[in-house]
Design a protein around this ligand. Structure first.
Ligand code: HEC
Length: 84
């Protein structure tokens, strides 16, 4: 699900692209961006504030349940590098 909906901007391993920031980054650790922040991001999009990639548009067609599964994957990636 991550590969299909998020990796075009956030990178195949959550490591970022020219279109969007890495999610495997200390900024997005669970204490700073809780799981709800991911649901809101997919639902409503994000106004650029941490980076200079521009705004994130809402991601159509992903339910909250799907986003939570994606969050599980991102948290796992984060733990691999000692975040969270
Ligand atoms: C079209 C490109 C694009 C796609 C697709 C995309 N994002 Fe983003 N996302 C961005 C950009 C750019 C930002 C950085 C905004 C900023 O400057 O803080 C961002 C930020 C975020 C944030 C941080 C929100 C916050 O509160 O700061 C989360 C979480 C996130 N994305 C999750 C996702 C997930 C999950 C998906 C897939 C369902 C996804 N993104 C798909 C471009 C994208």
């Amino acid at each position: 699900m991550f590969a299909q909906n998020c990796s075009v901007c956030h990178g195949p391993a959550g490591d970022g692209t020219t279109q969007g920031p890495p999610l495997v980054d200390i900024i997005y650790e669970p204490n700073h961006h809780a799981d709800a922040a991911f649901i809101l991001a997919a639902r409503n999009g994000v106004r650029a504030h941490h980076w200079r990639f521009g705004d994130m548009p809402p991601v159509p067609g992903v339910t909250d349940e799907i986003v939570l599964e994606i969050v599980g994957y991102i948290r796992w990636l984060q733990r691999q590098v000692g975040i969270g």
